[in-house]
Ligand binder design. Structure first.
Ligand SMILES: [Mg+2]
Length: 160
């Protein structure tokens, strides 16, 4: 289906040369930190697919911008994970409901990585499918008791 990030993270030029010689689409992952990176990579023909990681691109707003641009350019995207706790996982579940996420993501069940996840309910996978909660916000409740239990240090900041 694709070859993911075969060359260096900061090299969209050689990825473009390689993509020209391959039928298999190159998927860029580490090369894409922003909409600007996506635009340059796509304009140069460096990839046929992009892996959008919410954490890698700095949050949901930039992830959404990259997604919208890729839809416009007919570049399929999928959502990669960075071993998030349930809170990050919930964001991944939400963003993958956008129409450009046409390739399977690698968001797994909470139980794949955690004895107990930090959200209620935990993310579960049934026959390869994650049910998307319809509640507002991230769709899951942070388990504050568990977060407190695992917190080593905290500091409170107040606006002056
Ligand atoms: Mg990767």
């Amino acid at each position: 289906m694709m070859i993911e990030q075969p060359l260096a993270h900061d090299d969209i030029i050689d990825h473009a040369s390689l993509q020209k010689r391959l039928k298999t689409p190159i998927c860029l992952d580490e090369s894409i930190h922003s909409l600007e990176d996506a635009r340059k990579a796509i304009e140069m023909g460096s990839c046929g697919i992009i892996n959008i990681k919410v954490g890698r691109v700095g949050g949901l707003t930039e992830a959404r911008r990259i997604h919208d641009y890729c839809v416009e350019k007919e570049i399929p995207v999928w959502c990669g994970g960075m071993l998030e706790s349930g809170i990050g996982r919930a964001h991944n579940v939400a963003i993958t409901t956008l129409p450009g996420f046409t390739l399977p993501g690698d968001t797994a069940a909470s139980s794949r990585y955690w004895e107990r996840d930090l959200i209620e309910p935990e993310v579960t996978v049934t026959n390869g499918v994650i049910h998307v909660p319809e509640k507002a916000g991230i769709g899951y409740e942070p388990n504050r008791e568990l977060i407190e239990q695992f917190t080593l240090y905290s500091e409170t900041f107040r606006a002056s």
